[in-house]
Design a protein around this ligand. Structure first.
Ligand code: NAD
Ligand code: ZN
Length: 242
């Protein structure tokens, strides 16, 4: 399937020496982590509060118990393994062709697959800090605590994840934009491109080849040389590194 698209993508990869990948939740659905906006994404599931409400800063401060119930259940998928897309990106980095992954994901699967240069625009479930004494806690500790996780000092633990109403880390933004701006090829994959400011970062790309691999149409119109509406694992796994 998608032989024509795979051939075109291969030609682009062969012609590239500085690839950057920009991705979102759709990269991890094949690892069993639900995204937000697909048919079976979290926005279509029924809760008392919408996911957007629950993972906002004000909601976290007001109802940390409800926040943690949702967050631990739906967003902390600690058993998830990298899929074919993550693995190909890791191979591409090792070969020297891929210079960075810029991701909106918080699951840490790119690092698990072996990628070294990963700019996590929205933070990570794997980093958690006490709000009082700043002590670090890993994801396993947070997930295994009953209800709200607390530090040994009594402070509440907060994930190092960018919640709605919170700003992105300036250093991460700068590094991500620098990588995108200097790339010769940008591959955008598994993202609806509706979450800002992240979606706007792709506008810094001025290289040769722009590729989009996404199951559904993206929210933001991208003038791509190649647009593939297909599962990203299948498309990426077809890439041969020469
Ligand atoms: N895995 C995670 O870390 C995770 C999971 C859910 C949400 N989030 C957060 O939610 C926000 C949502 O924005 P978003 O744009 O990343 O996600 P989104 O849910 O808005 O969009 C996901 C997009 O990926 C596409 N998609 C789904 N599975 C795919 C596949 N196998 N192959 C190709 N395309 C596929 C869908 O068609 C959709 O357009 C992000 O900020 C992110 O931080 C992260
Ligand atoms: Zn503490």
């Amino acid at each position: 399937m998608y032989e024509n698209e795979k051939t075109k993508l291969q030609k682009i990869i062969d012609d590239s020496t500085n690839i950057v990948f920009f991705g979102g939740a759709g990269v991890s659905t094949e690892s069993g982590i639900p995204d937000f906006r697909s048919e079976d994404g979290l926005y279509r599931q029924k809760y008392k509060y919408s996911p957007e409400q629950v993972i906002s800063h004000s909601f976290f401060m007001k109802y940390p118990d409800v926040f943690y119930e949702f967050y631990k259940d739906k967003m902390m998928c600690l058993e998830a393994k990298p899929n074919a897309a993550h693995n190909k990106l890791s191979e591409l980095e090792k070969s020297g062709k891929l210079k960075a992954v810029v991701t909106q994901n918080i699951d840490g699967l790119h690092q698990k697959a072996g990628n070294k240069t990963v700019y996590e625009l929205h933070g990570s479930i794997h980093r958690n800090y006490c709000m009082k004494c700043k002590k670090f806690y890993d994801a396993k500790y947070v997930k295994n605590q009953k209800g709200i996780p607390y530090c040994e000092c009594g402070g509440m633990i907060k994930p190092d994840v960018v919640l709605y109403e919170e700003g992105l880390d300036g250093n991460v933004i700068n590094a991500a934009i620098r990588a995108i701006a200097s790339a010769d090829t940008l591959i955008i994959g598994g993202t609806s491109l509706v979450v800002y400011p992240a979606a706007g970062f792709i506008d810094y790309f001025h290289g040769k080849h722009l590729v989009v691999i996404n199951k559904l149409k993206t929210g933001k119109t991208v003038n791509a040389e190649l647009c593939v509406n297909a599962p990203i694992g299948e498309i990426m796994s077809g890439i041969k590194i020469k």
